[in-house]
Design a protein around this ligand. Structure first.
Ligand SMILES: Nc1ncnc2c1ncn2[C@@H]1O[C@H](COP(=O)(O)OP(=O)(O)O)[C@@H](O)[C@H]1O
Ligand SMILES: [Mg+2]
Length: 307
């Protein structure tokens, strides 16, 4: 991963400090299994620089952006780069203090405290990924205020308070820019460094396609990148909604073609059909048809692996 950061153009001085961080905060044997080895790499050197510097400065970060901007991939990449065990917590409307911090349980007639993910992460010097943090009710997250600010403690009612291990950081994510998004209140937002996650650039998308599909021919990587750029333009000019601007879908389409579908069928189920509005779907179909030959199949877009 550190070599990847060098390729991305991250300053050697930051890389040295990451190495120092890993030395200063060794991970307990039993937690090593939680250190991720990411399947996907995050491309975007500016975002890397912001996040690494914030983490080295002791800050927690909040990744904000539209869907499929790599928020979760990036959070996992950060845990891997810093060599931290990771705890993932998905937030939803009914997320409450006990599901985060822990709760009393009865075992053999005795009460004992069962640690929640935030507690376990805090003790272990882990990175806690607070996924879609805005989906929870702000009031139920008040228990995290002292955890996320300079106090760095968890107060467990009825038990003692614990101090966060110095290596512990929290990385929250938040989808922003579609209907149904809840706001995060000021009290919570002020406890994070907020990083706006951009939609991947054309240059980085070509890198990503080459990395994830090494046998995809360069010409088709370029065509798919151009298609994504075109859909993005139509979204920006509000001709279509952002439903079809779905990088996750575009990548899935490439896999579908690899597994035997034609380009048309693959793009239909992975991208086009995400527009449920008839009129919009037709528009997206036209954008796709103008850029990409629907009859293309695996034999044409991938180099043969037989050789
Ligand atoms: N800048 C990027 N670098 C690498 N992969 C990206 C990037 N942006 C999006 N992706 C890809 O998009 C897909 C969705 O990523 P994910 O982290 O689940 O998005 P989010 O959490 O923002 O909705 C993944 O396949 C990921 O590799
Ligand atoms: Mg996500």
């Amino acid at each position: 991963m550190l070599d990847f950061l060098r390729q991305e153009g991250i300053d050697e001085s930051l890389i040295t400090r990451i190495e120092q961080y890993r030395k200063d905060y060794p991970v307990a044997e039993g937690d090593r299994i939680r250190i991720p080895s990411p399947k996907f790499k995050y491309f975007g050197s500016y975002i890397w620089k912001l996040a690494i510097t914030a983490i080295l400065s002791g800050e927690n970060i909040l990744l904000v952006g539209p869907k499929a901007t790599g928020k979760n991939v990036f959070a996992e990449n950060l845990s891997a780069v810093f060599g931290r065990p990771e705890w993932d917590v998905s937030f939803y409307l009914n997320t409450d203090a006990s599901s985060l911090i822990g709760t009393d349980t009865f075992k053999n007639g005795e009460v004992s405290f069962r640690k929640g993910p935030i507690y376990a992460c805090a003790e272990a010097g882990g990175f806690g990924v607070l996924d879609e943090i805005n989906m929870a009710k702000n009031e139920s997250l008040a228990v995290l205020h002292a955890t996320l600010d300079f106090r760095r403690i968890i107060d467990v009612p009825g038990y003692s308070r614990i101090r966060l291990d110095p290596a512990t950081r929290f990385i929250a994510t938040m989808n922003y820019g579609y209907a149904g998004t809840r706001e995060l209140n000021e009290a919570l937002a002020s406890r994070f460094m907020v990083i706006n996650m951009p939609i991947i650039s054309g240059e980085d998308l070509e890198k990503l396609l080459r990395e994830q599909y090494p046998t995809l021919k360069a010409e088709y990587a370029a065509q798919l990148t151009a298609l994504f750029g075109e859909i993005r333009k139509k979204c920006e000019s509000s001709e279509i909604s952002t439903k079809a601007l779905d990088l996750r879908g575009l990548l899935a389409a490439v896999t579908l073609v690899y597994n035997g579908l034609t380009m048309r069928d693959a793009l239909n189920i992975a991208v086009i059909n995400k527009s449920f509005d008839e009129f919009e779907r037709t528009l997206v179909e036209d954008i796709v048809a103008a850029r990409i030959d629907g009859k293309l199949s695996r034999e044409e877009i991938f180099v043969s692996e037989k050789a």
